[in-house]
Design a protein around this ligand. Structure first.
Ligand SMILES: *[C@@H]1O[C@H](CO)[C@@H](O)[C@H](O)[C@H]1NC(C)=O
Length: 154
């Protein structure tokens, strides 16, 4: 065994602890409505989208006349609590987790940036879409070039 292999288990455990300690509070019901809870993270994602793409944010979240808004909790709850593992293949998820672990801003900032980039990457379709098609698109995110996605993160 070389030096890298002999430490693989300890390294993997370190990374797992590092990752989950950044997100621990999302799985704690008592903290749901606190500044560290899941709703606060979803609100921050919404603010990030508004800051980077106000037109897209308006289209998704502002209700007017008969239009129903796409509340971010409908898709972002799963994106954030499962760290994007359900949206992409196992191999692509590894790539994303590498990015979460190596971001000097920390895993949460990194995750929110990736979620924001996911929305911006499909903005054309979202802006052209209605509630039903947008919900479908965001709950079954299309196959994406992950390097491109990570590269376009803000
Ligand atoms: C994926 O995106 C990266 C970065 O933008 C690019 O270099 C690469 O060629 C793309 N791969 C494919 C298969 O399109």
């Amino acid at each position: 065994m070389n030096i890298v292999q002999s430490h693989a288990e300890a390294d993997a455990f370190f990374c797992f602890v590092e990752l989950l300690s950044g997100f621990r509070d999302f799985y704690c019901q008592q903290l749901d409505n606190s500044v560290v809870g899941i709703w606060s993270a979803i609100t921050r994602l919404s603010q990030l989208v508004r800051k980077h793409d106000e037109e897209l944010w308006r289209h998704l979240e502002i209700t007017h006349q008969s239009k129903i808004s796409v509340n971010p909790q409908f898709y972002a709850f799963r994106w954030i609590t499962l760290l994007l593992t359900q949206e992409f293949s196992f191999f692509d998820s590894l790539h994303i987790w590498d990015a979460l672990l190596s971001d000097p801003e920390g895993p949460l900032e990194s995750l929110l940036g990736i979620c924001c980039a996911m929305l911006v990457l499909v903005r054309k379709r979202l802006i052209a879409g209605d509630f039903t098609s947008n919900m479908k698109l965001l709950q079954h995110y299309p196959t994406t070039n992950i390097s491109h996605l990570l590269f376009s993160c803000i």
